[in-house]
Write a protein that binds this ligand. Structure first.
Ligand SMILES: Cc1ncc(C[n+]2csc(CCO)c2C)c(N)n1
Length: 221
């Protein structure tokens, strides 16, 4: 079997991946019609997710067996703690918003956070790479597609640009290449499991992004 594992993952999950990259949240940004209140709620749940991502990458550092993997993941942790978190601190201050416990308790937000953490805690290194590949490849795809879109809100513009920039592109490509190398040594059952895991993460992502819309949120009634 010489096929790259990630080609198979993307092929077999094409429907759910496409549903995510054409989510209402992405379409609203593409049309320059994302309501400010939706982006505010998104920033609050997303800022909390970056903290979760640090925990996930921490598990990956612990479970890695290769020094080069550890170096790479520690670089990612540094960028999350010092660059990404700085973006959220500035964004919260400029928009006058503050973390909201009710929003974090929305079942769709909780399912994403807890589901991703569970994969990192209970899964092996390959499972963590698969989950992060799912989350990052998806962002890289839609943000790259919107590179030339007219986006008025400078913070939304920055957010899209950040995920189409060379640094993020390299990070998403590293996850893809790493998973292909890991896949070459997996059993067929293990490869099947990564295909399913990728699909599960896309569904968690769809629900997470839906939670940014108050009209479909249980906490906004
Ligand atoms: C809900 C959600 N899903 C995926 C990403 C993409 N992403 C950007 S940075 C990062 C962590 C490590 O690089 C991930 C997964 C996101 N931002 N938010």
């Amino acid at each position: 079997m010489t096929e790259h594992l990630t080609d198979r993952i993307l092929e077999e999950n094409a429907a759910v991946f496409s549903a995510m990259i054409s989510h209402r949240f992405v379409q609203d940004i593409a049309a320059d019609e994302l309501p400010a209140a939706v982006f505010d709620r998104y920033l609050l749940i997303e800022g909390a997710f970056v903290e979760t991502a640090m925990a996930i990458f921490g598990y990956a550092v612990a479970k890695a067996t290769d020094l080069e993997d550890r170096r790479k993941l520690i670089g990612t942790l540094d960028a999350l703690a010092n660059e990404q978190m700085a973006y959220f601190e500035t964004a919260f201050a400029q928009r006058g918003i503050a973390p909201d416990a009710a929003l974090q308790a929305d079942p769709r937000v909780a399912a994403f956070r807890d589901g991703m953490l569970e994969i990192a805690r209970d899964g092996d290194f390959g499972a963590i790479v698969t989950a992060m590949f799912a989350a990052e490849w998806m962002y890289w795809t839609w943000c790259t597609a919107l590179r030339d879109a007219a986006i008025t809100d400078p913070m939304v513009r920055d957010w899209v640009d950040m995920h189409a920039a060379p640094g993020f592109t390299a990070q998403a490509a590293w996850l893809r290449d790493r998973l292909d190398v890991l896949g070459a040594d997996m059993t067929e059952a293990e490869r099947d499991a990564t295909v399913r895991l990728f699909g599960r993460v896309q569904q968690l992502e769809i629900d997470f992004h839906s939670a940014a819309y108050a009209d479909s949120s249980i906490s906004a009634a």
